[in-house]
Each structure stands twice: as C-alpha cells, then as structure tokens.
Write a protein that binds this ligand. Structure first.
Ligand SMILES: [Zn+2]
Length: 386
C-alpha cells in the first residue's frame, strides 16, 4: 500500500518545502515536494506529522556499537534493531584493530547475522577500521594490534565476511598499502586513509592510485603544520577525498569543523558517529575487552581521559552541527544522508522520486517520531499524530 507522509518541512536535495509531502510505494519514493503538488493514489495511508521535519534516513559509515552491543559479533543483530529509533536507516558496522584470528572470527559472526538480518536498519557492508593502520597513530586502538597491510590478509577477511567488506581504513605509509590500493578499488572496496602518520606527498601518491575517503578527519592523523601539511592538510586539499567527521562536539572543535567545511564544502564531508556500545546506555563505567570505559553525558572515554569512540549517533550530531557549529539544518542532513549515500553509490539519502523509501520524521529534540525503511514503518513514537 502507498504511504503519504505529509504536513512538515520536507528536506529535498536542494530545497525545503514547508509544508511538504513524500509519497512512498513499492519500497521507493514516488514523489516528493510541496503538499498538493502531486496526486495521492486512492487508498494510500496518510500520516500527518504535524509540523515535524521530514528528512531522508541517516546513513552512518562508521559505527562500532550501540545500546550495550558491539557490532563485532552476534550483538550486531541488536544494533540493527535499535538504530531506527535514532534515525539511522543504513550503516556500516565497523571493526577495530584486533589480532587477525580474532578479527576473522568476528567477521564470520557478523556475516552470519547479515546473511539473515533482523528487521531494522540496513547494513550496506562492513567497515574494517584497521588493523592495517599506523601504530604511531593508533588512537583508541591497541598499537600492538596494528599490522602492515598485505593483500592475502585482506582476502582472508573478505572471505570470512562473505564478501561484505566495503571500506578499509588504512595507513598508506604502512606495509604494501600503496600497492594494494588499486586492487581494493577493483574489488569495490573503498580505501580510506585513517590512523595514519603519512606526509602530504604519500597521501598524494595514494590519491593518484584511487584513495578517495578519509576516516574521522583530524582524529588519529598526522596534523596540519604550515610547512608540513601532513595527513590532515592532504585530506583538506585533495578534492577526491570525502572526509568523515565525528561531529559530537568533542572529537573536533567547532572552529576546526568550520575550517573543514570551508576547505571542502559540505558535499565532501560526511558525518559519522564512531559510536561505541556505550552509546544509548546510561552514564557509568563499563568494561570493553578488558579496558574500562567511562560513559559521561555526551562522551565515551578511557580512564586516562582519552576519547574512546563516541557516545552519540547521527541524529544528535545534526544538533551539534546546527547549535555548536552554526550550519543550516539542511546542510547537516545532507552530510548525514546524501553524501554518505554517494560514497557507497546507493540510491538513498535523498527525498527524491526513484530513491529508496528511507524516511525519518524528526521532533524538535532531534529524536525520530517515525522511521520508514524500504517503505516499511520500522519505528513509530507515540507523539506522532496518525
Ligand atoms: Zn572508529
């Protein structure tokens, strides 16, 4: 049955219709625009959202866990179920550096979940954040679990993951990374620079070979100096690179975020949560593979105070972009939907005819009241008027 969501400001790629409406049928968007600008088929279910914002489903390319569950195992199923209530409709479960046998086991467990996924957010592949990164820039990951890259290890991971590896975070200066980048691109795997100590010239060589993505820009990267632009300078300078940004307001200062937007434009930046399993849990101290994590109101940290991933997902990052950084809400939405959809080559992330019917209705507090994935209502909150 067709579904019409109507009665709130509607965010299409290039304009806002207020009040707008979007018509979904057969899993795709049939029409989107001003209320009354297209016919509604007889018998369509209509949901009037009473002034709440209608946006595309959010797409998170970098998420480690949520609600007490880590994605590196069967807990992935619970994360899939939990995310729609927070506006994320597609995501890439993301691994952390681990001994290779442990990583292979985790990928097998993840692939098992993904072969028969539960109802919830869609998984568009797996993001391997390491282990082929620089021990010098390991950040929250264990330096002893960072290895030089070689193609056979990647192939073993891809077999364990039933071919679902989609992004690999790597340090181009380590191992055979530069030689492997063209092969990754051929395999449809996106090479992403991250946890890297590469200088500007090494990044430029990687870009010439096909590197086009950067993992949580600024964090765990050789920083920018005006006589040594480093990894950060190269990410800012190379238009080919889409830059991930952890927009929780703690990983990157709002002024540095604005510099990133000035350098690249919002069309080349995608918001990522980097959420840990403590996101969605109450504040407190938690165990993470033998390490203690302190989850405060808005952060996740190790006992020494270093940030350990984030404690928010994308809907709350929209608020940070608007309230702390000062960008328009429409730009925040684009960086969390249209841009990551473009990275993955998906017909998602836009409220436009022909795109997948992934729609979120946001209340003033940035919590969804309604989440639709592939045309099916997967989350509905009591305050929506139906
Ligand atoms: Zn991460």
């Amino acid at each position: 049955m067709a579904l019409l969501i109507t009665g709130g400001p509607l965010y299409t790629p290039r304009r806002v219709y207020d009040p707008g409406a979007v018509l979904l049928h057969g899993g795709v968007i049939r029409a989107a625009g001003a209320v009354g600008s297209f016919p509604t088929p007889a018998g369509a279910e209509t949901i009037d959202v009473a002034g709440q914002r209608i946006i595309p489903g959010l797409i998170d390319l970098h998420l480690h866990g949520f609600g007490g569950h880590d994605v590196m195992g069967p807990g992935l199923a619970e994360v899939i179920r939990a995310l729609p209530a927070h506006g994320s409709t597609t995501f890439l479960p993301t691994t952390v550096a681990a001994p290779l046998d442990h990583l292979l086991e985790a990928l097998q467990a993840m692939a098992k979940v993904l072969d028969e996924p539960p109802v919830g957010a869609q998984v568009a592949g797996i993001h391997l954040e390491g282990p082929w990164v620089s021990p010098v820039r390991s950040g929250g990951m264990r330096a002893e679990c960072c290895y030089p890259l070689n193609q056979p290890d990647v192939e073993r991971c891809q077999v364990a993951a039933h071919g679902k590896v989609r992004i690999i975070t790597l340090a181009p200066e380590e191992g055979q990374a530069l030689a492997v980048i063209p092969w990754l691109v051929e395999q449809g795997i996106i090479p992403s620079i991250g946890h890297s100590d590469a200088d500007y010239d090494t990044v430029s060589r990687a870009v010439a070979l096909g590197l086009n993505h950067a993992t949580h820009t600024f964090n765990a990267m050789r920083p920018l100096h005006h006589r040594d632009p480093g990894t950060v300078g190269a990410v800012l300078d190379h238009e080919a690179i889409v830059a991930e940004l952890i927009a929780d307001g703690y990983h990157v200062d709002p002024a540095a975020m604005r510099l990133l937007f000035h350098a690249k434009g919002v069309d080349r930046v995608c918001l990522v949560s980097d959420a840990m399993f403590v996101a969605g849990l109450p504040p407190g101290e938690y165990d993470w593979n033998g390490r203690r994590l302190v989850r405060a109101a808005e952060t996740s940290r190790f006992l020494d105070g270093a940030l350990a991933g984030s404690a928010m997902v994308l809907n709350q990052m929209l608020r940070v972009i608007v309230e702390k950084v000062g960008l328009p809400f429409a730009d925040a939405v684009r960086m969390a939907s249209e841009v990551p959809a473009g990275v993955l080559g998906l017909r998602k992330g836009r409220l436009a005819a022909g795109c997948d019917a992934d729609v979120v209705v946001l209340q003033d507090d940035y919590q969804p009241s309604l989440t639709v994935i592939g045309g099916q209502i997967v989350y509905r909150e009591g305050r929506t008027r139906i």
